[in-house]
Design a protein around this ligand. Sequence first.
Ligand code: ATP
Length: 321
Amino acid sequence: MRIAVVEGDGIGKEVIPVARDALELLRPDFEFFPVEAGYGRWQRTGTAIDEEEIAMLRSADSILFGAVTTPPDPGYRSVIVRIRKELDLYANIRPVKGEGFEMVIVRENTEGLYSGIETVEEDRACTLRCITRKGSERIARYACRLAVSRRDLTVGHKANVLKSDVFFRNICIEQAELAGVPWKEGYIDALCLDVLQHPGRYDVIVTTNLFGDILSDVAAYLAGGLGLLPSANIGDRNALFEPVHGSAPDIAGRNVANPVAALRSAAMLLGHAGDPCGAAVIEEAITRVLARGVRTRDLGGSSGTREFGTEILREIRLLQK
Ligand code: ATP
């Protein structure tokens, strides 16, 4: 198995080495190779990512990705949005677990408001929200495949206002009926509140690109913060695993970032690679380290990123015995 490792910018450079060490320890048979991309590279070379790196990512069996900073520069195109589009990683999967609930947010990842179809003129700027049948059907099918072995599907949309969401909603419901999956629906704004108030009501939630982005950050509150949440970006040929959080420039380089989201992303990578036992070992190591009170600052502790990583490796070794 060949794993491309993109640390990216900011805390990506701190949390990804921890996740990679855990993977290396569990899977000495994996081959890792670094791929440089992000704002740092753009500042140095004038390009954030090139065709060559895209080809390297395409050739990998899986990608472990940190985070990239996207500056508010009109000439800068988001690296992660480009990778998702070029590799057609259409399904963004974000599991959120906590006391009494376990939901999975399935976000369409390639179109909607992140289609990249934009114009900026002097007196107006436009972003086209493009929702296609192909894009909606495949994300709906993906969500239904997950929901079939679980409880139900919730479709999150704003069909009372947006014609494009009437289209998306109808396709999702069509697919749920075809798959025999019980479904319900909610307006995305009300859904954000209800997910916080009654998380146990939700199982698999499918929604469009921007709404899914926002909903998963909202749901992060339930799980104890951004530092804990992993995600997967899945396509038919490639898969990329990354923490939900960004590059957090405010805390970068200070050894205070929480590496749990990156570790859980590595666990998702193992699950996708057909190694659910390896994934479970990482999850168990995290549970044990947190239970011992070893925590980073965002969780009220004083442990550094590296020190937390050392404890994780120790637990993994114990679990392997
Ligand atoms: P970007 O522009 O790359 O999205 P951002 O700072 O806007 O970066 P995030 O990186 O998602 O957005 O971070 C938001 C805040 O959450 C950060 O300012 C940071 O304080 C906190 N945070 C995010 N990830 C972590 C983490 N792994 N550990 C601790 N705190 C984190």
